[in-house]
Design a protein. Structure first.
Length: 626
């Protein structure tokens, strides 16, 4: 492999990131100006109308306001901690006026959300109008963090960050510690090897975890063993959900975790290890709260010109800083793991902190620039993920062609394959479901554990069924709908629901309920997902079973699994056009969510013009004959 210039590569990354930022800015502007409220609500990007609740200062001294959505409560929304949002009001003529300031989600769950606002004027505006709403906004802040991170890495000289940069971009020799491998009898051979490789690595190690191979189990063990040698580690992931998942598993292992940033699932267990909740629970917090309250009262008294005002304020500020530092020191000193998103590692409470080891989970889904935000705090880096599953989300076609969707983990896999350990035993799927994925994506190296190899719901049932719409007497044509031209296939959606109902009738509905067989209905197209959700809600047959069924996009199912998976492929045309179904990594995610039964609903003549789908179709036909 020819040596590349890390600086030139980083400059290229920066240019591509700016292009992506500009594309997202234009898309957001287009949505704001042209997309109707109803469409935004159905996409889960908007709540309207809102009921505005109380406002108060939280433990981090941020002014927040509680809001509740009053309609469309069955729509899954896209609001989560850290997302930028903007409020708006609607007048009697249905004209929309946006508030000037951008705000930030503190946490969101179900129909209630707490939002950090810049000042009391926003709260006053919200309370002054009856018809107000909130929608997702353009997240300029994260782009700024990523661009600054790329600049910092490019300018690094004579330090550890510069060494890691040069190592990651070229086929350089990585260094290892030398000690005898440790035994972990509760792990399989490749998991045990992966943990040892993590412990031996001086610079970088990669745990490559195909679906169901116990990547999180391996990571938790590697972190636990690392903490025998180091006092504290930083654990990051691209999404809040991934951070929550590994944090919860670490807590179950008895590791003291401090979660910076609010969790996605707001339950007592998750909240108990958040920085905010522990900050509030500190014995010095009531005193700090009283000082901050006194400062706010002093400001509102409006006697700022006087000497006594400045003297009092200086004394209070000094005491506030002293108490905040003391609380933070105690919280961070007692935690063994600091957990946050990659962007969250730039949080002011982590300013100046350095870590011997950084673990990045789901690293193949993270933009390279996002990884560098956290890497600047670390001496060595452990990546875990699967570059054969979902890539980083990139919307700009120019940026995709330029390589922005290629993760840093993928870059290192290619430049330094010696640091990669592939987990090779999967514990999720019936072997027939896993075998195709193993052959196509992992060179046949992934095998099924004996306990799951033959798992099934019905005896003598084929584990994968392709329901070919071309062989049925239905008009299953794709169409574009809505202001964003979402792609749906109405007849195929109905067939998807019917196929699941027929399978349930074959099993016996009571057995489905008693055995709590859970189902995932997946479509790569968001508009089809929304259509399927509406159909499911209208179905009387599925009413007592709805709690067992989840309908979502492929991205929404990343990291999840179900007993039964039904995939609606949507595409049906004479030209064999399949759009982004050509991104085979998404299909790898979709077909490997199922434990025991997989249905693919799609038009074989359209899809099988692509070699991947042709091979998959032939594989399924062969299964029927075995």
């Amino acid at each position: 492999m020819q040596a590349v210039s890390p600086i030139l590569e980083l400059q290229k990354q920066r240019a591509l990131l700016v292009a992506e930022q500009e594309a997202e800015r234009k898309e957001f502007q287009h949505q704001t100006e042209t997309m109707g409220l109803g469409r935004k609500v159905k996409r889960g990007d908007c709540w309207w109308p809102l009921q505005v609740g109380r406002s108060y200062y939280n433990s981090l001294n941020q002014l927040v306001v509680e809001v509740t959505r009053t309609t469309d409560t069955d729509i899954e929304h896209n609001f989560e901690y850290g997302r930028q949002v903007m409020f708006f009001r609607v007048d009697a003529s249905d004209n929309i006026t946006y508030f000037k300031h951008s705000c930030t989600v503190s946490y969101a769950q179900d129909d209630r959300m707490v939002i950090v606002v810049p000042d009391a004027n926003v709260v006053a505006e919200l309370q002054a109008y009856e018809r107000v709403g909130v929608q997702l906004s353009m997240d300029e802040y994260t782009y700024q963090l990523m661009l600054r991170a790329l600049d910092r890495v490019a300018k690094a000289k004579g330090n550890r960050l510069a060494q890691l940069r040069d190592l990651f971009y070229n086929k350089s020799k990585t260094e290892k510690f030398s000690f005898a491998p440790l035994r972990f009898p509760w792990l399989n051979t490749t998991q045990e090897h992966a943990v040892n490789e993590v412990l031996l690595a001086k610079d970088v190690a990669i745990v490559h975890g195909p679906p169901g191979t116990g990547k999180t189990t391996t990571m938790v063990e590697a972190i636990y063993e690392t903490l025998r040698r180091e006092n504290q580690v930083l654990v990051c992931a691209q999404s809040n959900m991934a951070v929550d998942w590994i944090s919860e598993r670490l807590m179950d292992r008895g590791v003291e975790v401090l979660r910076v940033g609010n969790p996605t699932k707001v339950n007592d267990k998750m909240l108990s290890f958040t920085y905010e909740r522990r900050f509030e629970a500190h014995p010095d917090y009531p005193q700090l709260w009283a000082i901050r309250k006194a400062m706010r009262q002093l400001r509102s008294a409006k006697r700022r010109g006087s000497d006594s005002y400045h003297q009092k304020m200086d004394r209070l500020k000094s005491r506030e800083t002293e108490l905040e530092l003391r609380i933070n020191n105690e919280l961070f000193n007692s935690a063994r793991v600091i957990a946050c998103t990659l962007a969250g590692s730039a949080n002011r409470v982590l300013q100046g902190m350095k870590f011997a080891t950084l673990f990045i989970d789901e690293a193949a889904q993270a933009l390279e620039a996002a990884c560098w935000i956290a890497i600047s705090k670390a001496n060595r880096v452990i990546f875990a993920g699967d570059h054969c599953q979902l890539p980083p989300t990139v919307k700009c076609l120019e940026a995709i062609k330029g390589g922005l969707a290629r993760s840093l983990m993928e870059r290192i896999v290619e430049s330094n394959p010696q640091v990669v350990t592939l987990l090779q035993v999967q514990y999720r799927m019936n072997d027939a479901i896993m075998r195709f994925s193993s052959e196509w994506f992992y060179h046949g190296q992934v095998e099924s554990a004996p306990e799951v190899k033959y798992r099934s719901i019905l005896d003598l049932d084929t584990s994968i069924t392709w329901v070919d719409t071309a062989q049925l007497d239905i008009e299953a044509h794709e169409e574009l709908v809505g202001e964003t031209y979402g792609r749906i296939n109405r007849a195929e959606a109905q067939l998807t629901i019917t196929t699941l109902q027929q399978y349930f009738e074959r099993l016996g509905r009571q057995r489905v309920i008693d055995d709590r067989l859970d189902v995932g209905i997946i479509s790569p197209y968001r508009a089809q997902v929304q259509l399927l959700r509406r159909m499911l809600r209208k179905s009387a047959y599925f009413k007592p079973l709805r709690h067992l069924i989840t309908v979502n996009t492929v991205d929404g199912f990343q990291g999840q699994e179900r007993d039964i998976i039904v995939i609606s492929m949507v595409r049906h045309n004479d030209q064999g056009q399949i759009g982004f179904l050509r991104d085979l990594r998404r299909m790898n995610v979709a077909i490997t969510r199922s434990r025991m039964k997989l249905f693919i609903i799609g038009d074989a003549p359209t899809l099988t013009r692509h070699p991947f789908y042709r091979k998959l179709y032939q594989y399924i036909q062969q299964l029927k004959q075995e």
